[in-house]
Design a protein around this ligand. Structure first.
Ligand code: ADP
Length: 462
C-alpha cells in the first residue's frame, strides 16, 4: 500500500515546528513496517532536489504547469512541487498563504493520484480530502490535526474560484465556517479518518476550551477521530551519537552530560552555579512565554538561570532580548531557528520549561527527556500523555505564572538525577505510533465505505 504524506513541512528540508519532525520521520517508521510512504512538499526556496519533470494541474479553473522535483531522505522519497509562489524567504506568514497552499494541495493531489492513501496534514493540505471526495471518494484519505488553532480561512468566493469545487461544498455541512471557507474544516469533514497527535488532545478538542470553535463539528465526526501520540526520531535525537554536542553520553554514563552542561554555561556567559532552565520554542501566544517573563525576578532569586532559543512574535523576542541585556550572566536569549543550539540546550540545561495554553502533542518534552533533561510542563494535551509527574519531569495544573513558578520550586526539591535517568529510559520512538497509523490505513484499505456518514450529499439532509 502506498501512502502519500502531503504537508507544508518535512524535516530536514523545511521546518518551522513539530509538523516537520513528524512528517520527516513517521514515513520512515512506516517503511520499516513494510508500507510504502512518500512525502509531497512545496519546492521552497533553497531545497536542493533533482528536477524529474513537470506536472499539469488545475487551479482556479485554468490548467497550470509546475516543476516536479525529487529528493531522498534516509530512503524515503520526497516529491517537491514547484511554483514561483513557494520561492520565498520564509515558509509561511504571507497574506496569500491560503492561495499558496490551496495551489500546493491541487498540485499534490494530482501528483499523488496513484497512491492508495492520501494522508494530509493540517490546514495547508485540508483541501486534499475535499478534492478526493469531489472526485468520487475512491482514494482513501486521512487528515491529521497537528494544531487546531491554525485553520486556513478565506472568503468563500475566491475559495470556490480557486478550488473549482461546486458551491454545495460551501454549505454549513461542508467547509463553511462563520462566513468563510475553512480548510481545516474541509479536512475534518471529508477525510475518511481524522487523527490528532495525542489521545488527550483528541479528547480536549471536543470541548469549548480547546476546540477553537470546531468542537461541535468534531463531536459530530468523533466516530472517525483518533488520537495517536507522536513519536520522535530516536536515531536523530540521540545523545550518544549527536554530532551537535560537545560530548556524547547515555543513561549508563552521564559524564558527557556534565560536560554538555558546563559547555552550555560557558557558551551563554553563565557561571557554573545554580540550575539552568531551558526553553526551545516558537515564540507565539500559545506557548505561554509571557509567563516565563513574568516570573523572571523570583526565578533568578531562586538561583536559577534561563536560556531561551526561539523565534516568532517580535514583541516576545524584544522582551527576551531586553531581559538578556538586563540580566546578563543569568538570562541568555538567542532568536531564530538554530538546530545545533537547540541540541546543546536539550543536552546542557537542567530542565526545560513548557508552559503552554494548549499543546496538541509537543515534541520538545520528549526530546528533553531523551537527553536527560526533565521537562517542567503544564498538564495539557500530549504533555500529560508523555511526562510522568515527579518521575520523568514535573507536571502542573493551572494557567497562571504562579503555577509555573510553584512547579519550578517543586522541581528544585525533587531528586533530579533520578528524573534524568527515568526520562532517558522512556521509549518515545515511532515504533508503536507507526503501528497505530498502519492500523488506520489498514482499516481504510479493507473498508468499502470509509465515510460512515456522507457529508454534503445534497438531498440527504434537512
Ligand atoms: P510546535 O510544533 O508547536 O512548534 P513541538 O514541540 O511539537 O512544537 O515541536 C517543536 C520542534 O521545533 C522541536 O523539534 C524543536 O526542537 C524545534 N524548535 C522550536 N523552536 C526552535 C528554534 N528556535 N530553533 C531550533 N529548533 C526549534
Amino acid at each position: 500500500m502506498r501512502v502519500a504524506f502531503i504537508a507544508a513541512e518535512a524535516f530536514p528540508l523545511a521546518k518551522v515546528g513539530g509538523l516537520a519532525d513528524v512528517v520527516g520521520s513517521l514515513p520512515l517508521a512506516l517503511t520499516k513496517l513494510g508500507l510504502e510512504a512518500e512525502i509531497y512538499l512545496p519546492w521552497y526556496q533553497g531545497i536542493e532536489a533533482k528536477h524529474i519533470g513537470d506536472i499539469e494541474y488545475l487551479f482556479a479553473g485554468q490548467p497550470e504547469a509546475g516543476a516536479l522535483g525529487e529528493a531522498w531522505h534516509r530512503g524515503v522519497r520526497v516529491v517537491l512541487l514547484g511554483h514561483p509562489d513557494f520561492q520565498r524567504e520564509r515558509l509561511y506568514g504571507y497574506p496569500d498563504d491560503v492561495a499558496r497552499f490551496m495551489r500546493f494541495s491541487c498540485m499534490a493531489y494530482q501528483a499523488a493520484s496513484g497512491a492508495g492513501i492520501l494522508h494530509a496534514h493540517d490546514w495547508h493540505a485540508g483541501l486534499v480530502p475535499v478534492l478526493a471526495h469531489a472526485a468520487g471518494g475512491r482514494q482513501k484519505t486521512v487528515f491529521t490535526i497537528h494544531n487546531l488553532a491554525y485553520q486556513g480561512r478565506w472568503n468563500p468566493g475566491e475559495f470556490l474560484a480557486w478550488s473549482g469545487l461546486p458551491a454545495h461544498y460551501l454549505q454549513l455541512e461542508g467547509l463553511e465556517y462563520r462566513g468563510d471557507a475553512s480548510l481545516m474544516k474541509g479536512g475534518i469533514v471529508y477525510a475518511h479518518r481524522v487523527t490528532t497527535v495525542s489521545p488527550s488532545y483528541a479528547r480536549e478538542i471536543l470541548t469549548p476550551e480547546f476546540g477553537e470553535g470546531l468542537e461541535g463539528l468534531l463531536q459530530k465526526h468523533q466516530h472517525k477521530l483518533r488520537g495517536i501520540l507522536n513519536g520522535i526520531d530516536t536515531s536523530y535525537w540521540d545523545p550518544s551519537t549527536d554530532p551537535h554536542l560537545p560530548s556524547r553520553y547515555s543513561a549508563n554514563d552521564l559524564s558527557g552530560k556534565t560536560a554538555c552542561r558546563a559547555a552550555l554555561r560557558t557558551e551563554t556567559g553563565f557561571n557554573q552555579e545554580g540550575v539552568v532552565l531551558g526553553v526551545v520554542s516558537r515564540l507565539v501566544e500559545q506557548k505561554g512565554m509571557d509567563q516565563v517573563l513574568e516570573i523572571l525576578p523570583p526565578l533568578l532569586r531562586l538561583g536559577c538561570k534561563l536560556v531561551v532559543l526561539g523565534s516568532g512574535e517580535p514583541a516576545l523576542e524584544d522582551s527576551f532580548r531586553l531581559a538578556g541585556e538586563k540580566y546578563q550572566g543569568q538570562v541568555f536569549f538567542r532568536s531564530g531557528h538554530n538546530e545545533a543550539l537547540a541540541h546543546r540546550i536539550y543536552a546542557g540545561a537542567d530542565a526545560l520549561l513548557i508552559p503552554p495554553a494548549f499543546e496538541p502533542c509537543g515534541l520538545t518534552q520528549m526530546i528533553a527527556m531523551r537527553y536527560g533533561t526533565p521537562p517542567i510542563a503544564r498538564a495539557v494535551g500530549g504533555l500529560k500523555d508523555t511526562i510522568r509527574d515527579g518521575v520523568t519531569g514535573v507536571l502542573y495544573s493551572g494557567g497562571q505564572s504562579a503555577n509555573l513558578l510553584a512547579a519550578i520550586e517543586r522541581f528544585l526539591r525533587l531528586d533530579q538525577q533520578a528524573m534524568r535517568l527515568a526520562g532517558m529510559r522512556e521509549n518515545f520512538s515511532w515504533e508503536y505510533p507507526a503501528l497505530e497509523y498502519a492500523a488506520v490505513y489498514g482499516e481504510l484499505s479493507t473498508s468499502r465505505v470509509g465515510l460512515t456518514e456522507e457529508p454534503n450529499s445534497p438531498g440527504q439532509r434537512e
